[in-house]
Design a protein around this ligand. Structure first.
Ligand SMILES: Nc1ncnc2c1ncn2[C@@H]1O[C@H](COP(=O)(O)OP(=O)(O)O)[C@@H](O)[C@H]1O
Ligand SMILES: [Mg+2]
Length: 229
């Protein structure tokens, strides 16, 4: 039984429509502790390998020959937003190095499309956005409705609250993000509140329904900014 099936079976199936998508109302905020799921098995599944260490190496999560590391992990999968459950873990080295990762299980329902197809669509949007120079988290792998990617440590909002002056790098990146949304015709719902950051940049993490498909709204015409009717 996959983690997605487990999440869905533990979730109150009060389904409401929203555009083309159906979302699950998440009554439970935590998975039952008796769920038979392990990070090790999930990593092996995502890597397509039976050995955990081999899987870590295959996914580039550790280097060949690395020995002195430990894995710190979340206790449970928890709801991310309306379309995901998330689980975070950190690979910690004895020399102090620490690398965080996040597993995202897609629980969005869409008629005629399974979780894997929805995630593939999210990845397509992500690639399109990334190619414009907007930062996205390093994608490690995705398989059967599950994404494994770099954990971006801070919420952009928290970073901004701690700064007395917003750095130019962040202002430029925000302007670029706004421009890319417009140029690619995304009719995004609240595309700025879910942004994350490494401290001096912005990273876009949500490519689901909050962003929606590209070319949903007409691109503004630069050639005719004041066209007469
Ligand atoms: N790469 C990431 N690094 C850190 N936190 C993340 C990352 N991706 C998602 N999150 C966290 O998980 C939440 C849900 O992820 P998101 O992709 O927005 O899914 P949803 O479509 O369910 O809103 C985000 O609001 C953010 O807090
Ligand atoms: Mg979100």
């Amino acid at each position: 039984v996959s983690i997605i099936e487990t999440i869905v079976s533990q979730t109150t199936l009060s389904i409401h429509g929203c555009g083309n998508l159906l979302f699950l109302d998440k009554a439970n905020t935590e998975m039952n502790s008796d769920v038979k799921w392990s990070l090790e098995e999930e990593i092996c599944r995502v890597a397509g390998s039976i050995n955990f260490m081999d899987s870590l190496i295959k996914l580039n999560l550790i280097e060949q020959g690395a020995e002195s590391f430990s894995i710190v992990r979340d206790k449970h999968w928890v709801p991310g937003g309306s379309e995901t459950y998330i689980y975070r873990f950190w690979i910690k080295y004895d020399d102090g190095g620490e690398y965080g990762y996040i597993l995202k299980a897609c629980i969005a329902l869409s008629p005629g499309r399974n979780g894997d197809e929805i995630v593939r669509e999210w990845v397509r949007r992500r690639m399109m956005i990334q190619s414009t120079g907007v930062q996205t988290p390093r994608l490690v792998a995705h398989k059967r409705g599950i994404l494994l990617e770099e954990l971006v440590p801070y919420k952009l909002e928290e970073v901004l609250h701690q700064l007395s002056r917003v750095p130019e790098s962040i202002l430029h990146s925000l302007a670029r993000w706004a421009g890319v949304l417009s140029a690619l015709g995304f009719a995004a719902i609240d595309p700025f509140s879910d942004l994350r950051s490494h401290g001096n940049d912005i990273v876009v993490v949500d490519f689901g329904e909050d962003l929606g498909p590209a070319h949903a709204c007409r691109r503004p015409s630069a050639a005719r900014p004041f066209a007469r009717s």
